[in-house]
Ligand binder design. Structure first.
Ligand SMILES: [Zn+2]
Length: 662
């Protein structure tokens, strides 16, 4: 091929040869006219010439132009057509075109005799006449043209002395560019990895367990010769083509396999393995979810390569994975994940469409065989591997359903939030107190201690608490309660004014003690300062509860309305009505003084009482007494004992009274 391409005359001096037969003769200069083997530019120049032929006929014969530009591998043509006529046309036309440039195609081989026959008849090209069982190699892969299938030929010439060198050499002899034997090759690779872990030298004998494992594997290798893989992966007259990829990982290895699912007009569905790929897990131990993720990435890259190489335009691509964690990661934004995972998820999200990923149970996942390995004698019979899971040949409604991902995902990036909060803690925890006066006194002593610490020896307070100290403690508590209940509002007020929130309408302000009071409209009233500008409190705060409780007891257990009115003389409790009711309801003393009597259940009345009858038809008699009765008025009267008889009508309740003297 190279010799048929002429070099630009200007470039010829670069390919000069100096020559003389004997040292005595003068030097002769030769120049090579054509592309020459061995120069760096040679392959490019030859292939570019071929490509140019395609470019030149692009308009007149686009089919042949496409074959020339895409179906050549250097000087090997691998092409096909849907019908015999088309194939013969391609052969004829391409020969014509290439002959114009001096590229004569030779040694044709086809899976159809008619095509070869037509070539023979026209004597245009040589054909390789092969018998039914004759094999040829296309780009290194053994191909049986008559049966149109790929085969593997694995010899028996194995070395007797088994070392790392021979193991590597024998693995390398299995030429499998499409990875179709991946489930077996991975077994060999795992053995090789274990040899590396044992740190054996190249020519050192293997340890006994490894030696046995390798022998067992090697003895079964000849079974791979029985595998026949049909070259055609689509069904005839396919109208719909889909690509389904599966990925999986084990602790030893990870891998992916890709299937083509084609459907013809009659609805017949066929699935075929396109290619597979396996890789050994890194020696540095990784978690299974990480390996599953690398497997998924391997799958997406493999499918991308297939699409580029085959120029297939599938109606859709489905990626199957059995790891819910990986599917969960894919649905997340990479910036939420740790670097290792984030980088791979980001690439997956770029190459693939996240909605194309689906979950497949492990038992239905053919990539499971790729990642775990299969013994060579079992591989030829593994339908799961060669044709994918059975349901793939059926309609979509019986495919595994996508799971709802509710597992806790590992490897999430830790989000650290830092928030600054100013908390002014009280000197004592007044949640522990149930009596405000007690609390005030304790706090007053604490405040006195603090003041005394700062004061000089002679100026320190001693003895019983003064009224001012208790008042100070009270103000301290009010301030603290306000800071806890209205932190936001106080902040706004310190900035200027409260523009929003529950206090905005009462125009609060700080007094000289830094206590927030209601602004209100009573500024001009002739009232006490506390009454004009009451202190704002939240009824939810423990201080308000203690305050209400003390006031309730001070007012001799008054009712809620009285209590609230009294509090409102100096305070503005938000939600105070409810708090007053609560204090009253929960007061044990008030509860005792207002007992609720229990009302017994009423029984049925006797029949006589509810049967209509004339008055005193049914009568009850009762006596009352004794009474002392005078026989006359005035002094010296005789007093006798008497009883009153009561006659009560059962029905009308009419009463007749009689006096009985004894
Ligand atoms: Zn009470």
């Amino acid at each position: 091929m190279y010799r048929m391409c002429r070099v630009d005359p200007q470039q010829k001096p670069l390919q000069r040869i100096l020559w003389r037969e004997t040292p005595d003769e003068p030097l002769e200069i030769y120049e090579l006219d054509t592309v020459t083997y061995g120069t760096s530019a040679a392959p490019y120049l030859a292939i570019r010439c071929l490509y140019q032929l395609g470019v030149e006929i692009e308009k007149t014969n686009p089919t042949i132009a496409n074959v020339i530009q895409n179906h050549f591998y250097v000087d090997d043509l691998l092409s096909g057509a849907d019908t015999i006529e088309e194939a013969i046309n391609i052969v004829t036309e391409i020969s014509k075109v290439l002959n114009t440039a001096g590229f004569r195609l030779r040694k044709w081989i086809s899976n159809n005799n008619t095509i070869l026959q037509s070539l023979k008849e026209r004597n245009e090209a040589d054909t390789l006449d092969l018998g039914v069982n004759e094999l040829t190699k296309t780009l290194g892969v053994t191909w049986n043209g008559k049966e149109d299938c790929f085969l593997y030929k694995i010899g028996n010439s194995f070395n007797k002395h088994i070392t790392k060198r021979t193991v590597l050499s024998e693995i390398a002899q299995i030429f499998d560019p499409m990875g179709l034997l991946s489930p077996c090759i991975i077994v060999a690779k795992i053995i090789l990895r274990d040899i590396w872990i044992e740190k054996l030298d190249w020519d050192e004998s293997l340890s006994q367990p490894l030696h046995t494992r390798w022998l067992n594997f090697r003895n079964e290798l000849s079974n791979l010769n029985n595998i026949k893989i049909p070259r055609q992966i689509t069904c005839k007259h396919a109208i719909n083509i889909e690509i389904h990829g599966f990925s999986d990982a084990s602790s030893y290895a990870y891998g992916a396999c890709v299937y083509l699912r084609s459907q013809n007009e009659e609805g017949k569905i066929q699935t075929r393995l396109i290619c597979a790929k396996s890789k050994i897990a890194p020696l540095k131990v990784q978690t299974i979810p990480r390996l599953e993720l690398i497997g998924a990435l391997l799958l997406s890259r493999l499918i991308k390569k297939i699409l580029e190489a085959t120029k297939l335009v599938p109606s859709r691509i489905v990626y199957w994975c059995d790891s819910t964690i990986v599917l969960g990661w894919l649905n997340m934004s990479p910036n939420q994940l740790q670097v290792f995972v984030a980088n791979r998820v980001s690439e997956l999200q770029t190459i693939t469409n996240v909605s194309d990923w689906r979950h497949v149970p492990s038992s239905h996942n053919p990539a499971d065989l790729v990642s775990r390995g299969v013994r060579p004698k079992e591989l030829p019979f593994s339908n799961l591997y060669w044709f994918g899971p059975d349901w793939l040949k059926s309609t979509e409604d019986i495919w595994p359903h996508t799971l709802e991902i509710n597992v806790e995902l590992p490897e999430l990036r830790k989000v650290t939030l830092m928030e600054t909060v100013f908390i002014s803690e009280p000197i004592i925890d007044f949640n522990n107190y149930s009596n405000l006066s007690h609390l005030e006194r304790v706090l007053a002593y604490c405040l006195r201690f603090i003041t005394n610490c700062k004061a000089k020896t002679g100026e320190r307070s001693k003895g019983a608490l003064k009224h001012t100290e208790i008042a100070n403690a009270h103000l301290y508590l009010v301030r603290f309660a306000q800071h806890e209940s209205f932190a936001e509002e106080i902040f706004q007020l310190q900035q200027g004014e409260i523009k929003r929130g529950r206090l905005s309408h009462i125009q609060p302000f700080f007094d000289k003690d830094k206590i927030m009071r209601v602004g209100g409209r009573l500024g001009n009233a002739d009232l006490d300062f506390n009454r004009k500008f009451p202190i704002i409190l939240s009824s939810k705060h423990i201080f308000s509860k203690l305050l209400f409780d003390r006031e309730h007891r001070r007012l001799l257990h008054c009712g809620p309305q009285h209590l609230l009115a009294s509090i409102c003389q100096s305070y503005w409790p938000l939600g105070g009505r409810n708090l007053a009711r609560k204090i009253y309801r929960e007061c044990v003393k008030c509860f005792r003084t207002h007992p609720k009597s229990s009302v017994p259940l009423m029984g049925n009345l006797p029949k006589n009482r509810i049967t209509p009858a004339p008055a005193f038809y049914r009568t009850g008699v009762d006596y009352a007494g004794p009474f002392s009765v005078k026989d006359r008025q005035g002094r010296g009267c005789k007093i006798t004992k008497a009883y009153i008889a009561l006659f009560v009508c059962f029905v009308t309740k009419a009463i007749h009274i009689e006096l009985f003297l004894i």
